[in-house]
Design a protein around this ligand. Sequence first.
Ligand code: PRP
Length: 218
Amino acid sequence: MGKDRYLTFALCKGRLANQTLGLFEKIGISCQEISDPGTRKLIFVNEELKLRFFLAKGPDVPTYVEYGAADIGIVVRDIIMEEQRKVYEVLDLGFGKCRMCVCGPESARDLLNSQERIRVATKYPNIAKEYFYDQKNQTVEIIKLNGSIELAPIVGLSEVIVDIVETGSTLRENGLVVLEEVCPLSARVTVNPVSMRMENERITKLLQDLSACVSAGG
Ligand code: PRP
């Protein structure tokens, strides 16, 4: 493709977008107006470098990348695992660190070692299914929720939850604990497979710069 084509980035709205833009600044890629907290604009252009950035809801980022509406997407890995889109996951950016865990009251620990058909509430049904069915060989009932997952075991909707734990304070304040760790998570760079071929030079250079910056401590 020609030199004039824009390379398009899908970023996850919120704190992760700010951290991502901070890292980009360090490798000489800036996009002033996107960091303006008052703006309602969703798309931003760096004319000089022929780059475009847009802000999307986290779970939509891999969708934009799979369809090629964005060449590159940056999200925490839970979303990549849950959405199961056809994208290349190419770089760990080292921030946005947290863990995907099975949590619940201490009293639920034994249920995880039994073959009982327990109920698991989660925002991540695919991750929960993969963990319980494929890794643990335990048949469970998965109940999809959209947020405030910690409520589920407290009010008796489920025995345990599969959710993100960052500082652990939501669990602590609600009398819950981590029972098992599913996997560690952090922000990842994803690339559309066709873009990776067609824009290989530009994307490889960008990944090298990002990787060097991350290795040097971000
Ligand atoms: C996430 C997650 C936990 C919490 C963990 O929820 O689902 O509830 O953060 O963070 P902590 O370990 O630092 O307490 P989020 O705030 O994204 O909102 P949600 O409840 O709507 O999912």
